[in-house]
Write a protein that binds this ligand. Structure first.
Ligand code: 4AD
Ligand code: MG
Length: 447
């Protein structure tokens, strides 16, 4: 017998005990909670895949085993042997009649596990994020995140997209110079990437339909429930795509992700407390409104007293504006054709109204706001040079990017979806900080 098994019984996980009904199994995990009632002990174990309640009857086990369980403290690591019994009242549908326990480490009462089932403040939990992750709700969120990432990759893989990884160290800005993280790159100035977009425009010209999926960085000084300084973005980029094609793609992606989570992560969504009836409504078509329409809605909202400040045409939508707009719809709303002046330098102007950019932001419902931003890209060499100069960007760093407009330039476009924003909405969370194992934010670099 090695140190990781206590009995000959097959090792399984809590998620899979249902396959072993009536059999004796070995589970390896931690004590989550312990209740006592006379000669019965009810330890709840967790193993990362779920929770299961055990039952230990004093007259059914040796005194050593009974005392070992009785003395267990929260988060003590244990290997448990027991018989799986179906129980309709049990949360996972099964209970374990414990016959054997091996305690790997008993957490000392002198230095107990700091996160107890009672309420803790957010600051305390963030300081203990490395432990907070063990709580069932946090683990459920991470499983939903993993499902969303897998589904997003699958969505593109199955539609003829090729995954191409852009660099993380870059010489220039993609999304404005105010949120760059500088990196000392030998003798040169480099920055952590804000988006893979510029690079996947090059790979799209090579491969047609591509996507990237990786970490992106913004030195956001804003402390909001939507901003991280390090976040993950999935970005498709498509040669010959028009704005309408991009909106179809975004609508398809979001609907697919939600459907997948409902199919495969319903139990986790329940643990999180998500009202899944809201997610069940997410299917194409999504409403598509122009920026002009959005301005009208905001001004009407202001007249009704539902929007604090009167929104003027020409401004960028702020968080409260997005919250208001997105709470007007049950599905994500796609707002297209913003004024070019509030958007990035690379966006193609609308030929009918060149003051507008052929761009789209997708705002998630229930007040979640922007989860996707994208556009058609500027195809003209001359106009792009002009824009790079207007935005005071270093032309030399964009020479390669301009080459793409010299050698067979075509209309093309793409978008980026922030994984954490999508997870926050699908899970119905207050704040993006719970959507990523170790969030990086203004004033948060530990743990
Ligand atoms: O709208 P953004 O800035 O667009 C781009 O970066 C484009 N280059 C993408 C493209 O067209 N390929 O960012 C895209 C998405 C946002 O809609 C949002 O979901 C997320 O990235 N995002 C953030 N998420 C968390 N924290 C932040 N600070 C974020 N900034 C953007
Ligand atoms: Mg944006």
């Amino acid at each position: 017998m090695d140190s990781t098994t206590t009995t000959q019984a097959p090792i399984t996980t809590i998620a899979e005990v249902g396959r072993h009904e009536g059999e004796t199994v070995t589970l390896r995990g931690w004590l989550y909670n312990l209740r006592e009632s006379g000669k019965l002990l009810f330890p709840i174990f967790r193993d990362g895949s779920g929770l299961i309640q055990g039952v230990v009857a004093k007259n059914a086990v040796s005194p050593e085993i009974f005392d070992a369980v009785k003395g267990l403290t929260q988060e003590s690591s244990v290997i448990v042997g027991g018989k799986v019994r179906a129980d309709k009242r049990a949360p996972g549908g099964y209970e374990l009649d414990v016959g054997n326990v091996q305690v790997l480490q008993r957490v000392s009462e002198a230095d107990p596990y700091p996160i107890t089932p009672k309420e803790h403040g957010v600051d305390f939990l963030m300081e203990h994020r490395h432990l907070w992750l063990r709580s069932p709700r946090q683990a459920a969120i991470l499983r939903v995140r993993a499902e969303i990432i897998k589904a997003a990759r699958g969505f593109f893989d199955e539609r003829g997209f090729t995954l191409t990884d852009p660099p993380i160290l870059t010489p220039a800005a993609c999304e404005g110079t105010t949120t760059l993280f500088p990196v000392d790159y030998f003798e040169e100035q480099a920055y952590l990437t804000q988006s893979g977009q510029l690079y996947i425009e090059a790979t799209a010209m090579a491969l047609g339909k591509v996507y990237s999926f990786g970490p992106t960085f913004r030195a956001e000084k804003s402390k909001t429930r939507r901003h991280l300084t390090e976040f993950w973005m999935v970005e498709p980029e498509v040669a010959y795509a028009t704005l309408d094609d991009l909106m179809d793609l975004a609508e398809g992606l979001i609907s697919f992700l939600v459907k997948r989570c409902l199919e495969r992560r319903r139990a986790d969504l329940e643990i999180i407390g998500r009202d899944v009836s809201k997610l069940e409504k997410i299917a194409p078509p999504f409403p598509r409104i122009t920026y002009d329409d959005a301005v009208k809605m905001l001004q009407e909202g202001h007249a009704k007293g539902a929007v604090e400040n009167r929104f003027e045409w020409g401004g960028d939508l702020g968080s409260p504006d997005e919250t208001y707009l997105s709470s007007q719809f049950e599905k994500p709303v796609m707002v297209h054709r913003y004024p070019a002046t509030v958007k990035a330098f690379y966006m193609e102007p609308d030929p009918r109204r060149p003051e507008l950019a052929l761009c789209v932001d997708v705002l998630a419902p229930e007040g979640y706001g922007e989860i996707i931003g994208g556009s058609q890209r500027m195809a003209s060499y001359d106009l792009l040079v002009k824009r790079i100069r207007e935005h005071n960007l270093p032309e030399s760093a964009f020479k390669w990017y301009l080459d793409l407009r010299k050698y067979g330039s075509v209309p093309h476009g793409g978008f980026g979806m922030g994984i954490e924003r999508a997870v926050a909405w699908i899970c119905g969370l207050e704040h993006v900080r719970e959507t990523i194992p170790f969030p990086r934010m203004l004033h948060r670099l530990y743990p």
